[in-house]
Design a protein around this ligand. Sequence first.
Ligand code: SAM
Length: 228
Amino acid sequence: MTHLHHRKVRSFVQRAGRTTAAQKRALRDLLPRYGVPFQDSTLDLAIVFGRRAPIVLDIGFGDGSALLTLAANHPDRDYLGVEVHEPGIGRLLLQLERAGLDNIRIVAHDAVEVVRRMLPAGAVDAVNLFFPDPWPKKRHHKRRIVQPDFVRDIARALKPGGTFHIATDWADYAGHVTEVMDGCGQFVALTPEQASCEPLFDRPTSKFERRGIALGHTVTDLHFRRTG
Ligand SMILES: C[S@@+](CC[C@H](N)C(=O)[O-])C[C@H]1O[C@@H](n2cnc3c(N)ncnc32)[C@H](O)[C@@H]1O
């Protein structure tokens, strides 16, 4: 049977989630200031941030707490956060307003499309993917965001020598990442000792990490460098 319409497999499910009144206000009033609308063409990141500084991409920032800590600790870097979960985006916007930080911009859209369509080649210094949704059931593995096409797109967006940091509390996901990254051929895996010398691998703890640890999971940090 021929399928004329292929449904796109996404790494997330849009849930009706509870967005508070304050978060709704933030999405309405603050997203125009801190947000970058999705576009099907490459961005000029120097225009987006109003300066040229190292760019860190944070994929699926969740409630934004780790991203906010990083941006506050590293005012000399610019952070592009991508998330689809509205309450999380609203929460980060509220915190951004309170903290008065200006080195974060948000794209409220599927990161797979953002990386492919909006990022110029070699534009990004580092990519953070902290606690991606694990999709533990075998029949859902195709939903995992780490897939061969996605990591090829990440490699294209990174500068040669740029870094890719993935953290997960699912042992099986760590194995999956290692397999996909090996197959890509555009990254080298770094040892923990090598990674400890790279300031871009900074990772504050997040709600998801704490939850994983409470469930008895072990957290694995995987560090890669773009070759070339
Ligand atoms: C388990 S949470 C981790 C959040 C955060 N990184 C942390 O460490 O606390 C995964 C997040 O990724 C987001 N996400 C999943 N797929 C995404 C995609 N394709 N584009 C943007 N965000 C995505 C989800 O909405 C969710 O908030």
